[in-house]
Design a protein around this ligand. Structure first.
Ligand SMILES: C[S@@+](CC[C@H](N)C(=O)[O-])C[C@H]1O[C@@H](n2cnc3c(N)ncnc32)[C@H](O)[C@@H]1O
Length: 265
């Protein structure tokens, strides 16, 4: 008798950046057709984020009929700076690839559908897609995967501040705090900064720049500050330190808008 083997399927679901109401209808459909949810926890400080994912699954699968598999994400060597930065990220990615490979091959049946719930949008500063490609390239397990876009923290930030990302016919750049600390990007006056543990905006407080800052966007702890950078920077520093102390972790994003806008003058 001929054996027909099934193909494992994976949903990579963007879940929005903190507000459960940011789940799209497409994301909910994908949640409803999932057999096994893989939740990767980065440690105690991020366990709030794992709980939020679990709550989302519970809310949209009240009838049950699924499994949740939790695993520990390996910590990245964040001490490695400069030239060592990329190899550190690469090592971390392959360690994660090993974990994802094991999760998919051991926890998901050959006809099963699994899902990774990705914070915000999977296209933005997230390694899930790269890791899944690495798992496929290793060749030990086969699967198909599809990506469900999510509302990113960048979309949330500008929506909450009721502003656009770019000015008329002008470019916008999304970058990291690490890069901003090296210099303001050239050829662009609107810059969104993510992953900034060191408040790189302080370096530009003497310039004619407005900041639109948001922490814990979409959650009950959300904090928003906007205005001229010189005035807003000390306030953000204070609020940020207080919030970090209170919760033990912080996620913040900001838009820097440099003036004068050539289009307006
Ligand atoms: C690893 S990146 C993931 C980004 C995510 N894929 C997205 O689409 O927003 C994490 C960074 O996103 C930003 N971020 C994510 N969620 C946020 C939130 N709720 N409030 C403020 N910033 C957030 C912060 O800059 C944080 O350092």
């Amino acid at each position: 008798m001929r054996q027909t083997r099934g193909v494992r399927k994976i949903h990579v679901i963007g879940i929005g950046a903190g507000d459960p109401d940011q789940l799209t209808l497409q994301a909910v459909k994908a949640l409803r057709s999932t057999d096994v949810f893989f939740l990767l926890d980065k440690g105690e400080v991020k366990s709030d984020l794992t709980r939020l994912r679990r709550d989302m699954v519970d809310a949209h699968r009240p009838e049950g009929g699924y499994r949740v598999v939790e695993a520990r994400d390996p910590e990245r060597d964040r001490g490695a700076g400069g030239a060592a930065y990329s190899p550190a990220v690469e090592d971390w990615r392959s360690a994660r690839a090993g974990i994802y490979e094991r999760l998919i091959s051991e926890e998901l049946g050959e006809d099963g559908t699994g899902a990774f719930l990705v914070w915000g949008d999977p296209s933005l500063y997230d390694s899930t897609l790269g890791i899944l490609e690495e798992v496929l390239a290793r060749g030990a397990v086969e699967f198909e995967y599809a990506v469900v876009p999510g509302i990113s923290s960048v979309s949330s930030l500008v929506a909450r501040h009721r502003t656009g990302l770019n000015r008329v016919a002008r470019p916008v750049q999304i970058t990291t705090g690490r890069r901003l600390a090296e210099g303001f990007p050239e050829g662009v006056d609107d810059v969104v900064v993510m992953l900034d543990a060191h408040q790189a905006f302080r370096k530009y407080a003497g310039e004619d720049i407005d900041i639109y800052w948001g922490a814990y966007l979409g959650t009950p702890d959300e904090i928003l500050v906007s205005g001229p950078l010189a005035e807003a920077a000390p306030r953000i520093e204070r609020l940020r330190a207080e919030a970090r102390e209170r919760k033990g972790w912080i996620m913040d994003t900001y838009l820097l808008r440099r003036h004068p806008d050539p289009g307006e003058s």
